[in-house]
Each structure stands twice: as C-alpha cells, then as structure tokens.
Design a protein around this ligand. Structure first.
Ligand code: RAM
Length: 896
C-alpha cells in the first residue's frame, strides 16, 4: 500500500488561521518508496464534523476520484462555507500505477467572517481624540509632521468590558482589529504571543483583523482588556487616531449562541504607557499600573465611556503574525562612563529587550539602542538618524520588576542603560528577536566559510526586514515598504522562507495603492506617498506576483491582479517617450561610492524594467488565456527592446563613460540586457567580452553594482559560462564586497558598500544587496526551477576548485528538494532528492571523457554504458564537462 499524503495545506496554512475566502485551496505533499512516482488521481473530502471523516463521508464536498497529477492549490468547489465555522478535510491519492493510498490524517481550517454584515460590533475610541483635543497638540509637540518629521506620540489607551458566560460553551472565537497596534488581554492574561498586531496596511483602504480561539480562557465572569498603541494609525500617515473593534462569538452546547461586541458600553482609561511610537520607543511609568484592570470585578466607575467612531473595511489577516523567534543574550557589558552600561549582543537584529530591575519608586531607567559603537565605547546612534529609539521605564519600587515594551521595535546590536539603580548585571537584560514568523523552507551550507557567513547575514537581514510588510531597514526613521528593496530580494526570500502568505498580502497592499492613472507608490503601504514609483520600485508589483506564481503554482494571484497589472503597464506606456522611460529617480541605487550610479543611466534601468514588466505581463496574459493581450504586449515588449538598443547600445553598454576621468564600462548597463537576452545576436559576444574584460581589468573582480545590478550580475556571468568569475567576485574581501563588510564586523548586510558610520544613509541592516543569496542555491547547490511550481527543475552544481562541498535543502510546495555534492580524494559525490511528481535534469560533472559515473553501486555511464532505462535514470546529453540525466522522484547518489 502506498503512503498517504502528509503536510496538508489549506491556503498555505498548516496550522489553521481563520480564512475569509469562500474558495480556499488545498495542497498536499506526497511520499513514495519507489522512484519515478507521481500522482495519477486524488480524492478530497471536506466535512463539517471531524467524526464524519471517520466514515469517509464529506457532507460538504467529496470530489470522488479525480484523475489529475495536480496536488497544489485545488480550489474548493463544495457547498457554501459559512462564517465562523470550523471544517475538516483529508485526502487520498493514486500513484502512477493506480495504487491507492489510505486517507491522510485529517486537517482543519476555520472560517472567519465572510460578510460585512457578520460584523455586529462598532469601532470605538477615545472621546478626546474624536473631539481632536489632545491629538493635534501632541502631534506637533516634538518636531512636527513631514517626511522625516519626528513622531513622538501620545500615551496608549486601555479599554475594557466585562461579561458573563452562563451556559456550557462549545466554541468561542474572538475577532479583533486594534489600530495602530493592540495587545489583547482576557481575565488577567495576554492572549496569544503576537507582537505589533495587526499587520500594517493602508487602513483607509483595508484594516486586518485576527482571530483567537478563546474557549480555554473563558470563565463565568470575564473581563476583556485591550491596550491600543499608536503604530502608524496617526495623522502623520493620513489617519485620525487609534481605534478598536472586537467581536466575540460564543456557541453554547445547547445550540444557542451569543455575540459580545465593542460598543458604547466599553470603558476607557489612560495608563502606564505614557508615550509610544515605532521610531520613538516607549515610556512606561509602572507607578501608574492599574492592577486588575483586565480581570473581572475591577472598579472602573472612574473610567471614561468610549466614543463610537467611524471605522475601516475589514479583512482577515491571512499571514503569519510577528512573533519572537529567538531570545538573545548579551555577549558582554561594559561601562565606558560612570552610570552608563553598554551591552553588546554580538548580532544586529530587530526586536526589543526585557529589562529586569529592582530599585526605588520613581527611579527612571533609560534604554537606548544602536547598531554601532564609538571608539570610546559609547553608543553610535548615527544610523538611527532622527529616530529617538529610546525606551524609558519608571520603577514602582517593589521587588524585582520586569518590563518589555508593547508597541515599538528597534534595530540594534548595542544597548545602553542609564539611570539603572546600582550596577546592572549581564542578565539584567535579554534581547527578543522578532519578525513576521514565516516558516523557514531553505537551508544552504558549503565548505567556504565566507559564503556561509554572507548567507547567515542575509538570513538575519531578511527576517529583520519582515515586519508585516517588507521594510527597507529596521532602525532609522524610515522602516517603510520601499518596493525596490522588496522586489529585488523576493526570490532570495522565497528560497529561504515560505513567503506565499506574506507576499499575497503585500500584493493587495500594492493594488490598493494604485491610482486611477495606474501609477503606484515607491513606498507601499503608501505611508510616504511617493508617486509615481521609480520603475525598478514599481516592478515589485509584477515581479513578486510572478515569483509567487513560479514558486507556489498560484494562478489565482495572477487573475486577481491582472487588470491592475495592465493598468500599471499602460501607465508606463503613457509616460514613456518613443518607448524610453524617464520617470526613474534611483535607478541602480547605491553602487559603490555613490547613491545614484554615475555609470549606469537611470533611464536605462527604467526602460529595462519597462521591458521586463511588459514581457512578464505578456506571459501572464498567455497563462490566463488572454491571447489578444499576449500578442499585443509581446509586440510592445519587442518595441521597447528595440528602443532600448537604439538608445543605449552603442554608447552605453560598451563605451559608457559618464565622467571624463572615468572610462570604465558600467557593469549593470551590460548585465541587464544580457540577462533578458536583449542584445542583438551579433553583438552578444562582444558585449559579454567587454564586460568580462572590465571586471578583470578595471574592477579587479569586484562588483560595481547597486541594488539592481547586484541582483543579476552573478547569474548572468554563470549563465554565460563564467561561474568562476562570479565566484571570485562574491568571495572578495576587499572593498567593495560583502566580504569586506564582514571583515569590518557586519553581522547583517549594509545599505552601502562603504563603511559609513556617521549620520546619513548608512543603515547596517538593509536587505537589498542580499539578493546574491539566490546564486548560492541556484549555482553552488545548483537547484534551478525550469517550470512553475517545481514541476521540473535542474540540478547543476558549479564545482569550484576552491570548495569541497555545498548543499541545499528546499522544502518546496512539491516536497523536499535536496542537492549535496562533495569532493573526497579523487571522488566526487552528488546526492539528490526529487519529490514525487517532479522531473529533474541532473548534471553530473566529470573530469574527463573516461571517468565513469555510478549511481549507488551501479555504473550508469562510461564508454559503453549510457544509463538508459537503468534505475529510472535516462541519459540525456553530454555537455562540456557534465553528463546530463533525466530522473524522476526519489533519492539518488551519483559518484564519478
Ligand atoms: C532609502 C531607503 C530604501 C530605498 C530608497 C530609495 O531611503 O532606505 O532603501 O529604496 O531610499
């Protein structure tokens, strides 16, 4: 009997989150003992009760046996699913020989509130805010409003409500959206372990709510308490003031139900959080704590009544929450000045610290954060720019007090304590690393320590910049969804993490930012509304969607955004002149020694993206069966390509010299057209040669690229037969290189290639140059997909003279893909795992014509033997120093 499917996913969520789509999609992963296996049919059953599944009956949906190879994103097509219900499903499959598995274990999913009318609750807030009494004056108190305006915000507010539960409960769910950020408490305890909820969106368009199962927290008399922080829900970003909506839905065992809502009856107070803001930090006066405020029978007669206010459109938060994933302990503490203590965590990360302190009432401990340290051992806060990044805790004066902030986060490696009563010890503070908790799916490791360190820095940097939106950086007065940064690393992110939900949500953010003319903002959500986006930034829309389709076989995303993509392409078309686009601002942003590249014309980068996006759009049209659009936009792409070559080919690719003193050719200008095969055939060799020459001669194997060129240069060199040059560039340790950053102490990836530690644009934790990580997976481990959804892929490792081994694991939507190679004495070994239902091309390197290849103990290739048919391995071709085989699913060990 074959194995049942494992790892079931409903809308990519393994653990149920409440979904608000009436047509969820189901996926599963298959295992088989035999090689070369695939699915020939499946059967899905969905039920309203777990017990029904035991009898293999689906009261909602039973597909019967469906002949299909597909096990990804099968859309629900049963009886209508209802709000606030829980459903159960399982699946079985038939392999290619028609052997039938048993049913999988069951999995469940919960429905959120599908209809607007399901919401009975009202949005509530503080009356003062509504009357505009406190808000505005405080807003201007410290530094005013503006793009770089400092934001020191008002106190957080505390809201509460008590209620009874008199009957036996069968199910109880709580739906909540509290803007900017909320902390939810029930009967004295924080519910859940989420931080900085809900996810950021443009609230004027859509606000997200989360669902909690609260059955285990309810008792006869209950109190619900919510603390509301500012987050971005303030006037500076185009909103009015923090607000809350909560709805509790209780189902009793006797079949009745009850709804508890936010309404006029809730009470409100200020409390110990005196100030809170993302950039500012938090000020907490423990003397103002209100013990018992979130427990029943609390005396709240002195509290204010809330006001009912206008709210926002709601949608379920279909993405992983921000959670603490690592507790960090300081490596050392030093005291460079009396009363000042500097902690070094040895790692740059995002989060905050938990403070343990004992001292007199009213004593004020100040905590500041920085990425850098000065020579005299004090904090260097230059990279925070104008963000104050300060937490203040005022002691109530009891025994040991423990404090961690609620509504702020910092990007830091060093922490300064001042005002601490006595001498703090190493464990007076603990760091908490948090970020959107996307599941890790990729692992990469090799024999080159520098490459491993670059990869590790990228992982820290990538996670640090997932704060419910992809951010540029976590420390300074920005932390925005700059789309250039986001799109350029989207593939790196997908190789390392399951980004399906995160990016699907982000695509909606982009769609909602689109103006009628089709333009979108550089920053999304448009909390800095910078329209129109630089085309390399705007490309995030189509690029990320395309990767979602490619990595997760998701066609729905393409459909949902199709018209908006088209509008965007039309916008580019309308703003272009003779197919050349001149609306760019940043281009190949931040190459060595400058911000805007002096060697790569911005128009070249913009026009290249115009081509790139139009080309991809034409492919999307094809996938969706829109032939007319496909023809039109592929024609259009051709026109753009011609215009690009007309405008830039002669002088830019090859002979570009923007300044008279600088005769070097621009790496990016040449790499971009090569990467999309735009160079006329008869010029390709020449262009490539001059690029190689320049890299060797002028640049001495260093990158001279900004965020755009860095993304493509290693791949272009590799695809054109120069992987060893790419290897040399990525393993540089002199300026400019990632190795140089590491030599200078970087534990994440810097924004700039230069070591810059005074004020300006020099974040130590920008992810944009981390795009090189894709090269590690695709070239060193050699895993490269050939068709969407990992249906077919290639394993072609590049075996550097310099390295002894490399390996990568990828938990793809089809299952585990593994590639590991190793040199030992004179032998070479390549181990691969191919998931059920996939076909792979494996490129096994050979030293010379005579070296035989074995799989396991069997010779599959030498002078006479060509492996055909053996062990499910088919010889495909011989290419330079590789022998290429076609294989199906299974575990293989090749040696040569
Ligand atoms: C900087 C951001 C970001 C970049 C923009 C253009 O301020 O940090 O990295 O995308 O500028």
């Amino acid at each position: 009997m074959i194995k049942p499917p494992y790892k079931l996913r409903c809308e990519y969520v393994e653990n149920p989150i409440e979904i608000d789509t009436p047509f969820p999609r189901f996926s599963w992963i298959l295992e088989h003992e035999q090689r070369n296996q695939s699915q020939s049919a499946y059967q899905i059953i969905v039920s309203s009760e777990e017990s029904l599944l035991n009898s293999e009956k689906g009261d909602l949906w039973d597909t019967g046996k469906i002949i299909s190879e597909n096990n990804i994103n099968i859309e629900y097509n049963g009886k209508p699913l209802k709000s606030n219900e829980m459903y159960f499903w399982h699946v079985k499959w038939w392999d290619k020989d028609n052997s039938e598995s048993s049913f999988s274990r069951f999995s469940s999913f919960g429905m959120a509130l599908l209809e607007k009318s399901d919401w009975k609750s009202k949005w509530i807030s503080k009356k003062d805010f509504v009357d505009k009494k406190t808000r505005i004056s405080l807003q201007y108190k410290s530094g005013g409003v503006g793009l770089f305006g400092r934001l020191k915000e008002v106190n957080a507010i505390y809201l509460r409500k008590e209620f009874n539960v008199e009957k036996q409960i069968e199910a109880a769910k709580l739906y909540i959206s509290g803007l900017g950020y909320y902390e939810l408490r029930l009967n004295g305890k924080k519910i859940g372990d989420r931080i900085l909820e809900p996810a950021q969106t443009d609230y004027n368009k859509i606000a997200l709510y989360s669902t909690y199962d609260i059955i285990d927290h309810l008792q006869e008399r209950n109190a619900i308490g919510v603390i509301l922080g500012n987050g971005r829900c303030v006037e500076l970003y185009g909103y009015d003031f923090p607000k809350l909506i909560v709805q509790i839905q209780i189902q009793y065992t006797d079949g009745t139900s009850e709804i508890i809502c936010t309404d006029e009856s809730w009470k409100l107070s200020t409390g110990p959080i005196l100030e809170n803001g993302i950039y500012y930090g938090e000020k907490f006066d423990a003397r103002l704590e209100m013990p018992g405020w979130d427990n029943p029978n609390f005396e709240d007669s002195a509290w204010d009544n809330v006001s009912v206010v206008e709210g926002y459109n709601l949608a379920s938060q279909l993405m992983q929450p921000i959670q603490i994933t690592k507790v960090m302990t300081p490596q050392k503490v030093e005291s460079p000045q009396p009363g000042m203590y500097i902690y070094d965590f040895g790692q740059n990360f995002t989060g905050f610290i938990r403070l343990k302190v004992q001292g007199p009432r009213g004593c004020q401990v100040k905590v500041r954060f920085a990425e850098l340290i000065k020579e005299d051992g004090t904090l260097n806060t230059a990279t925070n720019r104008s963000a104050p990044v300060t937490d203040i805790y005022i002691l109530k004066g009891e025994r040991e007090e423990i404090y961690q902030p609620h509504f702020t986060y910092h990007g830091f490696r060093y922490v300064e304590l001042t005002g601490f009563p006595g001498v703090p010890s190493k464990d007076s503070i603990e760091g908490y690393f948090f970020h959107s908790n996307v599941p890790k799916v990729g692992e990469f490791f090799c024999s080159n320590e520098l490459i491993n360190k670059i990869h590790t820095n990228i992982i820290w940097g990538q996670l640090s910049n997932l704060m419910s939106i992809p951010t540029d950086c976590p420390q300074r007065d920005e932390r925005h969804g700059w789309m250039g940064d986001a799109q350029i690393v989207s593939e790196e992110a997908m190789l390392n993490f399951d980004m399906a939900l995160f990016y699907t949500k982000y695509l909606r953010d982009i769609q909602l930012s689109q103006k009628e003319d089709g333009s979108i903002s550089d920053v999304v959500p448009p909390h800095w509304p910078i329209y129109p986006a630089d085309p390399a930034w705007g490309s995030a829309y189509i690029t990320i969607a395309w990767h979602i389709y490619w990595y997760y076989s998701d066609i729905r995303v393409l459909k949902e955004h199709y018209e908006s993509f088209k509008l965007y392409i039309e916008f580019l078309s309308n703003t272009s002149k003779d197919n050349i686009l001149s609306i760019g601002k940043y281009g190949d942003w931040c190459p060595p020694m400058c911000i805007v590249s002096k060697r790569t014309p911005i128009d070249l980068v913009s026009t290249w993206y115009y081509y790139h996006d139009t080309l991809i759009f034409s492919k999307i049209a094809k996938i969706l069966g829109n032939d007319k659009d496909c023809t039109y936009y592929s024609e259009k792409a051709k026109e753009i390509k011609d215009a690009f070559n007309r405008e830039f080919l002669m002088h830019t690719y090859k002979y570009i010299k923007v300044s008279f003193t600088d005769r070097a050719i621009s790496q990016t200008s040449n790499v971009l057209p090569l990467s999309l095969n735009m160079v006329p055939e008869n010029r390709e060799k020449e262009i490539l040669n001059s690029l190689i020459e320049a890299i060797r001669g002028h640049y001495d194997y260093h990158m001279d690229t900004g965020l755009v060129g860095t993304r493509y240069i290693l791949e272009v060199l590799t695809e054109n037969g120069y992987p060893e040059i790419a290897y040399k560039m990525i393993t540089q340790t002199s300026f400019p290189s990632l190795g140089y950053m590491i030599k200078e102490g970087a534990t994440t990836i810097w924004e700039r290639w230069e070591k810059l530690e005074s004020s300006g644009m020099n974040s130590q934790n920008h992810i944009m140059l981390g795009s090189v990580d894709t090269w590690f997976y695709k070239t060193l481990a050699g895993i490269k997909s050939l068709t969407p959804g990992w249906k077919t892929f290639r394993i072609k490792p590049f075996i550097s003279e310099d390295m002894n081994y490399a390996q990568a694991k990828l938990n793809s939507i089809k299952g585990l893909i593994y590639s590991a190679w190793e040199k030992k004495d004179l032998n070479f070994k390549l181990t691969v795992i191919i998931p059920v239902g996939c076909d792979a091309e494996v490129w096994v390197p050979i030293k010379d014509e005579n070296s035989p290849i074995k799989e396991g103990d069997t010779v599959i290739w030498d002078r006479e033997e060509r492996g055909t048919g053996h062990l499910g391995i088919t010889f495909k071709s011989k290419e330079d120093n590789y022998v290429v085989f076609n294989i199906g699913s299974g575990y293989y060990e090749f040696s040569s």
